[in-house]
Ligand binder design. Structure first.
Ligand code: NOJ
Length: 467
């Protein structure tokens, strides 16, 4: 069967919608956090963001005019169920109906994320993902979305980035609830994985025909040197960043040595119930969504301490990342980096895709995010983001090479459709194909050079692109 390759770009509700108190929407943990004194690194909010809530038609039109045939966005749980549970909110449902119908009108395939970082505040206060009760609550929310939108949405994402989100919430501590406890982190992530598996099974039980997957921030990991110590560090980094999510949602079980390591760390794992084994085994995904940004260099720990400090200032300064008893991350001084310390290495996507093919030969991949954030400034009304074009162009070419070498990739999404609120990095770290002039009243949209580059690239590669 020949199917269209998905060529698109992506956003998430809190990062672009705005309208934070409109349409009977409830408050999320991000609404509350952004308005609190804890939001002190880049103290801005997503109250208005890109005003996508009102300007979605313009955004989808521009996306379609840019040659893209797919749009990834997320649903705000708080628009569907303002307090997280209970009666469905018609106004919120109508908003997403309009959004989906607009996509279809422009022949744009919607790929919809159910959960992308923003949790209803009452559920957050009850412990959020640390509290097992959330699994049932999430499932109810997912059921409503499948019922309301499943007739038109054929690509679903259960959860975005269980790994990175929990690392920020409980590792770096720069996302709410702003704590530093890896023990709590693993617990929260476990419940996310459980909720995701349940949602996959539910989707099928309801008789839906589309594809449902999970989006995992995944990293090619290389050894700092050829010593056996480094080899061990690589395995631990694989467990920490990749396998604790990917094995669970693709193979339906946790790697044994991952569980061993958690025991060795002395954590209470009584929340892992034996009845969950079957849930994981049954709820494996139809495809794996990959958010691809950078690679990591793994090295043995220096001492036994853990050091987690994020660079949210874009000032080029990075502290050493180390997980005591696991591994630390090294740096290749010869590689180019962004001011946020992200290494630019497009060919690493080839290695990642080949690894995934080997580990999970029967599971197709969709690149659900790929992009680079930086300061962009208009020059005479235009944005010449040549560095972004180089980065994205490299990625697409290496993805193509991986496909030629047998990787089953079904789609590619640039992060992001337009500049959006970049969580704790605020608005200055821009990823968009379209620039947003936040100073203008109408939040003027200006296509960047990369927008036109992408249009040409899609045309050059064609919609079939080995599909
Ligand atoms: C991953 C997340 O899914 C998205 O929300 C975020 O803004 C981008 N990466 C860029 O950091």
């Amino acid at each position: 069967m020949s199917r269209n390759f998905l060529w698109g770009s992506a956003t998430a509700a809190y990062q672009c919608e705005g309208g934070w108190r409109e349409g009977n929407k409830g408050l999320s943990n991000w609404d509350v956090f952004c308005h609190s004194e804890k939001n002190d690194v880049n103290p801005v909010t997503g109250d208005v963001a890109c005003d996508h809530y009102h300007r979605y038609e313009e955004d989808i039109r521009m996306l379609a005019e840019g040659g893209q045939n797919a749009y990834r966005f997320s649903i705000a749980w708080t628009r569907i169920l303002p307090t997280g549970v209970g009666e469905r909110n018609r106004e919120g449902i109508d908003f997403y109906n309009r959004l989906i119908d607009t996509c279809l009108q422009y022949q744009v395939e919607p790929l919809v994320t159910l959960y992308h970082y923003d949790l209803p505040q009452p559920l957050f206060e009850a412990g959020g993902w640390e509290n097992r009760r959330i699994v049932e609550q999430y499932l109810e929310y997912a059921r409503i979305c499948f019922e309301e939108f499943g007739d038109r949405v054929k690509y679903w994402v259960t959860i975005n980035e269980p790994n990175y989100e929990t690392l920020c919430c409980y590792g770096y501590g720069n996302y709410p609830p702003n704590v530093q406890s890896l023990e709590r982190r693993w617990r929260a992530m476990y419940h996310m994985m459980l909720a995701s598996a349940r949602a996959v099974s539910l989707y099928r039980e309801l008789g839906n025909q589309g594809m449902i997957g999970l989006v995992s921030d995944s990293y090619p990991i290389v050894a700092g040197d050829i010593s056996p110590e480094c080899e061990k560090a690589v395995r631990k980094a694989e467990l920490f960043f990749n396998l604790c999510v990917n094995d669970v949602c693709v193979k339906g079980s946790y790697p044994e040595d991952f569980l061993e390591q958690l025991k060795e760390d002395g954590y209470d794992l009584s929340y892992m119930l034996s009845e969950d084994l079957e849930v994981f085994a049954k709820g494996t995904v139809d495809y794996l969504g990959i958010n691809a940004y950078n690679r990591y260099i793994a090295e043995p720990c220096e001492g036994d301490g853990t050091n987690l400090k994020a660079n949210n200032k874009g000032n080029g300064e990075n502290e050493k990342f180390q997980i005591g008893g696991w591994f630390s991350l090294g740096e290749d001084k010869n590689m180019e980096k962004t001011p946020w310390g992200m290494e630019i290495c497009p060919q690493s996507i080839y290695d990642l895709l080949m690894t995934l093919k080997e580990l999970y030969p029967r599971t197709p991949v969709i690149i659900t995010e790929n992009g680079v954030g930086n300061y962009d400034e208009p020059v005479e009304g235009q944005i010449h983001d040549a560095y972004r074009i180089d980065y994205l162009n490299g990625y697409v070419d290496w993805i193509e090479k991986a496909m030629e070498d047998g990787c089953d990739v079904r789609g590619y999404f640039v992060w992001s459709t337009m500049d959006v609120y970049s969580w704790i990095n605020g608005y200055k770290k821009r990823y968009g194909l379209v620039y947003i002039d936040y100073d203008s009243e109408e939040l003027r949209r200006i296509p960047k050079d990369s927008y036109y580059w992408y249009k040409n690239k899609i045309q050059e590669k064609g919609m079939k692109f080995h599909g």
